[in-house]
Structures are given as C-alpha cells and as structure tokens.
Design a protein around this ligand. Sequence first.
Ligand SMILES: [Zn+2]
Length: 72
Amino acid sequence: MNPQEKTENRFQMRVPPATEYTAAVHCPICTHTVQGTVVAQRRSLRVKPGQKCSRCSASLDPGYVLRYDRAA
Ligand SMILES: [Zn+2]
C-alpha cells in the first residue's frame, strides 16, 4: 500500500459523503410542515426515502426541505 492512498482514505473517513439531519420538511399532500430526516450529500439536501408525514401519513418522498438545523 502506498502512503498517498492511505492519506486519501483517512480524509474520506473524516468527511463522510452523506449525513443525516433532522429538518423541517414540507409535506405536499397536507401542505403542512413536519419534522423529518433529511440526508445531506455534498451540497444537496434531500428527504430521506421511506418516511411518512406525521399528520396525514403520506409519503414524504416528494416533499422538500424547508430548513434544517445543523448539528451544533
Ligand atoms: Zn402530510
């Protein structure tokens, strides 16, 4: 194993490609804002698939993120 490759691996471990946050997600079905989990990947923020709206139980997949609280 060459030392250059080892350095790259350590860098990638320190900066994971995807991070989950709790955020305010807009539900397009009931038009309310509910709390959900979003996945931040690089610069884009997407709703984590497979979640349900806490108000109308619709899938939040087509919803979008209004804001998210970055972990302190
Ligand atoms: Zn809803």
